[in-house]
Design a protein around this ligand. Structure first.
Ligand SMILES: [Zn+2]
Length: 401
């Protein structure tokens, strides 16, 4: 299929298979005459856009024609449809992110979660992978999923930056900005645009989140943190805010995740003295106070209920997730226990409109595609550098670089 001579215009081909007008389920193809690579293979978010499973010749059906799939991070809207690809296709993922994903999958195995992360090839930030005429370099990013990466894709004199999900208000902002400044010339940037329609300027960052955590832990003896088990930077930050006299608690699963997270983490961002709940530790913690990272599973709500009943004035719950999750039945039930004694302390994992403008100003790509967005990118929602051409694509439209 790729043998057709397209002349000079066919140096690199790009197809956004899904994501030009929906957030979840992104999948991007970058190919030359000899090489065919994919980036992310996600599931759509509930109720949005095209919900059909991706059907791609050579990947999910027919004779295999794919040299690899690179994953930017472990969120389901980026990796959810990996189980449907041909098992012989190699998958690549940043090494710590891969370990985290494997733990998650094994934990959820009993409820039908397929385990495949154990078969994924580990890659390292800054170490390029050469696959025939494409060279793919993972770049450290900053997102609510730990160890997320961007990819620099080089080949046939073309250079593409695929951002994955990212932001400029997290712990790794300065590092990321520095990297972007040193990227050199980019022919095409494919960026996420999850929040570009939200007008409110997001002035809060992860440092603000930490301050709020500290405040709550000073004001209350028992502080529950309700967040995603995969929000490891957030949970580590919370653990660092727990005063030394108090206990930082969670369950074994969360503790295992924190251990993997900590392995190669710089000291300032590691988690601090996290213990898993046992009868012995609980007795001590009840006496001295605690911070506890919880989820809406079968166990934690019982502990939350117990403390809100016995110590209503000393207990608070911190809600640290996207507000949409409040509607999930299990979360709703858990929040009801607190009777309004909760605080929302959260910032998004996605780049704001203002920060996207800043990123574009740094990278100054020749061409720009916005995916992972429900926004109509036909409209100019933000300022782009005058040398940048915004490409308006549909899903599965083929472009040449
Ligand atoms: Zn994500």
């Amino acid at each position: 299929m790729w043998g057709v001579d397209m002349g000079d215009n066919s140096k690199v081909r790009v197809i956004i298979h899904r994501g030009t007008n929906q957030i979840g389920g992104v999948c991007t193809e970058v190919a030359t005459d000899n090489t065919r690579i994919f980036f992310d293979f996600g599931s759509p978010l509930e109720g949005e856009g095209n919900q059909d499973k991706l059907e791609i010749e050579g990947v999910t059906k027919g004779k295999v024609n794919c040299d690899g799939i690179f994953l930017t991070h472990y969120h389901g809207d980026h990796v959810g449809e990996i189980p449907f690809i041909d098992a012989s296709i190699p998958i690549y993922m940043e090494k710590t992110a891969r370990k985290i994903l494997e733990l998650q999958q094994k934990h959820m195995k009993s409820v039908g979660q397929p385990v495949w992360a154990n078969k994924v090839n580990e890659i390292t930030v800054g170490d390029p992978i050469q696959i025939q005429d494409l060279r793919i370099t993972p770049i450290a990013s900053d997102h609510s999923a730990a160890n997320s990466v961007m990819y620099l894709i080089e080949g046939n004199d073309r250079r593409i930056l695929l951002t994955g999900d990212y932001r400029l208000h997290g712990h790794y902002r300065d590092k990321l900005v520095e990297t972007l400044k040193n990227l050199g010339s980019i022919n095409l940037m494919i960026t996420e645009g999850t929040t570009i329609t939200r007008d409110a300027v997001n002035t809060y960052d992860e440092e603000w989140v930490e301050k709020q955590f500290k405040k709550a832990l000073e004001e209350y003896k028992y502080v529950f943190l309700l967040t995603s088990s995969s929000a490891l930077d957030r949970i580590a930050a919370f653990s660092r805010c727990v005063p030394n006299v108090k206990y930082m608690l969670t369950d074994r699963y969360q503790l295992d995740l924190m251990k993997v997270y900590d392995e190669e983490r710089e000291k300032a961002l590691k988690s601090h003295k996290v213990l898993y709940i046992s009868d012995y530790v609980m007795k001590k913690a009840e006496k001295f106070g605690f911070g506890m990272a919880i989820r809406a599973n079968y166990m934690f709500p019982l502990i939350v209920k117990d403390f809100f009943e016995r110590y209503p004035d000393d207990t608070v719950l911190l809600y640290s997730m996207w507000k949409g999750y409040r509607e999930l039945p299990s979360i709703k039930k858990l929040l009801n226990i607190c009777n309004g004694k909760e605080r929302t302390i959260h910032v998004s994992g996605h780049v704001t409109k203002e920060d996207l403008e800043q990123v574009l100003d740094i990278v100054k790509p020749k061409k720009l595609i916005i995916h992972h967005t429900s926004a109509n990118t036909q409209e100019s929602l933000f300022e782009i550098p005058k040398e940048t051409e915004l490409m308006k694509l549909k899903d599965r439209e083929l472009i040449y670089l």
